[in-house]
Design a protein. Structure first.
Length: 74
Protein backbone atom coordinates (compact mmCIF):
# COMPACT_ATOMS: atom_id res chain seq x y z
CA UNK A 1 0.00 0.00 0.00
CA UNK A 2 2.86 2.36 0.79
CA UNK A 3 4.40 1.83 -2.66
CA UNK A 4 1.04 2.49 -4.34
CA UNK A 5 0.51 5.65 -2.29
CA UNK A 6 4.01 6.85 -3.12
CA UNK A 7 3.53 6.38 -6.87
CA UNK A 8 0.16 8.15 -6.83
CA UNK A 9 1.56 11.07 -4.79
CA UNK A 10 4.59 11.34 -7.06
CA UNK A 11 2.36 11.44 -10.15
CA UNK A 12 0.16 14.16 -8.67
CA UNK A 13 3.20 16.07 -7.48
CA UNK A 14 4.87 16.04 -10.91
CA UNK A 15 1.64 16.94 -12.70
CA UNK A 16 0.84 19.89 -10.43
CA UNK A 17 4.46 20.87 -9.91
CA UNK A 18 5.18 21.11 -13.62
CA UNK A 19 2.28 23.47 -14.09
CA UNK A 20 3.42 25.81 -11.29
CA UNK A 21 7.17 24.99 -11.39
CA UNK A 22 7.04 23.78 -7.79
CA UNK A 23 8.00 20.10 -8.14
CA UNK A 24 11.16 20.36 -5.96
CA UNK A 25 9.21 22.12 -3.20
CA UNK A 26 6.40 19.55 -3.36
CA UNK A 27 8.94 16.74 -3.19
CA UNK A 28 10.58 18.25 -0.12
CA UNK A 29 7.23 18.54 1.63
CA UNK A 30 6.32 14.97 0.69
CA UNK A 31 9.55 13.46 2.01
CA UNK A 32 9.46 15.60 5.15
CA UNK A 33 5.93 14.37 5.83
CA UNK A 34 6.96 10.75 5.28
CA UNK A 35 9.80 11.05 7.79
CA UNK A 36 7.65 12.81 10.40
CA UNK A 37 4.96 10.13 10.01
CA UNK A 38 7.60 7.40 10.37
CA UNK A 39 8.85 8.85 13.64
CA UNK A 40 5.32 9.27 15.01
CA UNK A 41 4.25 5.74 14.07
CA UNK A 42 7.49 4.30 15.43
CA UNK A 43 7.05 5.88 18.84
CA UNK A 44 3.31 5.28 19.05
CA UNK A 45 3.71 1.66 17.90
CA UNK A 46 6.32 1.09 20.59
CA UNK A 47 4.05 2.58 23.24
CA UNK A 48 1.09 0.46 22.10
CA UNK A 49 3.21 -2.72 22.09
CA UNK A 50 4.48 -2.01 25.59
CA UNK A 51 1.28 -0.90 27.28
CA UNK A 52 -1.61 -2.72 25.58
CA UNK A 53 -2.50 -6.39 25.25
CA UNK A 54 -1.85 -8.20 21.97
CA UNK A 55 -5.61 -8.46 21.35
CA UNK A 56 -6.09 -4.70 21.74
CA UNK A 57 -3.02 -4.06 19.60
CA UNK A 58 -4.43 -6.29 16.83
CA UNK A 59 -7.81 -4.54 17.04
CA UNK A 60 -6.22 -1.09 16.74
CA UNK A 61 -3.98 -2.22 13.89
CA UNK A 62 -6.90 -3.76 11.97
CA UNK A 63 -8.95 -0.54 12.05
CA UNK A 64 -6.66 1.40 9.70
CA UNK A 65 -6.68 -0.99 6.70
CA UNK A 66 -10.44 -1.42 7.05
CA UNK A 67 -10.86 2.37 7.03
CA UNK A 68 -8.75 2.69 3.89
CA UNK A 69 -10.62 -0.17 2.24
CA UNK A 70 -13.97 1.44 3.05
CA UNK A 71 -12.87 4.88 1.88
CA UNK A 72 -11.40 3.47 -1.33
CA UNK A 73 -14.54 1.52 -2.15
CA UNK A 74 -16.87 4.48 -1.63
Amino acid sequence: MYAFMDVVCDGLMVESGRRYELTPRFQSIQWGSVYVASVITGYSGGWVAEHLSPQTNFLITSIFPLTVLTAGGA
